[in-house]
Ligand binder design. Structure first.
Ligand code: DGL
Length: 265
């Protein structure tokens, strides 16, 4: 049976394109719609209540744009705060990025200690710790908020001395060198070339976006085309210009549409 409905993906901005890229690789036959809530980024500094409102509005907007078979919450902060609300509100399957990231850790017996690098909102929610403990991870978990990494990546500063010194600033705050590091924010995988040089050569780097794509449910082969449509709530030109940093190839002007998602109260 074919199912021509789309996979919906949303993030606070551009970062979720790292998750979209992984999903595209895993499901090349699926059409997808992506919403970057660029007008209201960052989510990582906002209250849970606000992020829940934004997430519900984003989901509603995506469902108005396309018929969805799955919604992927690509944003770690939105997953941390809003996944239960989305699961309760939507009539379709919804997955976030935190559970898959945690499962990736516990499925590797070499990992006895882990650092979770994320936004302040995700760190304060303790969502990764809760998921890791739920799945039986007994070792130390070092949670570190790295708030400057999001604007750094949004500026395209992913290599060079500024990226290196800001990366070092946060990694130096870890109490010990962990066996694994979870990149618990959509933007952080772009800093990986810099980060890799700073901890041990043996450090295992876990990209929650990849983990999510790997663990996303498989669907019956779709035949309606494999297009991706991009929606943003502000600054489509900037989104288009920076897209290749996250996707590898640039999104075309014509593929990006500005929409107003409003707020669900
Ligand atoms: N997308 C967010 C996340 O993965 C990072 C950017 C933001 O703060 O909005 O947590």
């Amino acid at each position: 049976m074919t199912d021509n409905r789309s996979i919906g993906v949303f993030d606070s901005g551009l970062g979720g394109l790292t998750v979209l890229a992984a999903l595209r690789k895993k499901f090349p036959q699926e059409s997808m719609v992506y919403l970057g809530d660029t007008a209201r980024l960052p989510y990582g500094t906002k209250s849970p209540e606000t992020v829940i409102k934004y997430a519900l509005a984003n989901a509603k907007a995506l469902m108005q744009q396309a018929e969805l078979k799955l919604l992927v919450v690509a944003c770690n902060t939105a997953t941390a705060h809003a996944l239960p609300a989305l699961l309760a509100a939507l009539p379709i399957p919804v997955i976030g990025v935190i559970e898959p990231g945690a499962l990736e850790v516990v499925s590797n017996p070499k990992i006895k200690s882990v650092a979770v690098l994320a936004t302040a909102g995700t760190t304060e929610s303790k969502a990764y710790e809760i998921a890791l403990r739920k799945h039986g991870f007994a070792g130390p978990i070092y949670s570190q908020a790295c708030p400057l990494w999001v604007p750094l990546v949004e500026e395209g500063l992913v290599t060079g001395p500024i990226a290196e010194s800001i990366a070092k600033y946060y990694l130096n705050q870890l109490p010990a060198v962990p066996d694994a590091v979870v990149l618990g924010c959509t933007h952080y995988p772009l800093l990986l070339p810099v980060l890799r040089k700073m901890l041990s050569q043996e450090t295992i780097w876990i990209d929650s976006g990849h983990a999510t794509a790997n663990r996303a449910p498989s669907f019956a082969e779709a035949t309606a085309g494999t297009a991706v449509h991009y929606f943003v709530t502000d600054a489509p030109k900037k989104f288009q210009e920076l897209s290749s940093l996250f996707l590898g190839t640039p999104v075309l002007d014509a593929q990006v549409q500005l929409i107003d998602v409003g707020v669900v109260s």
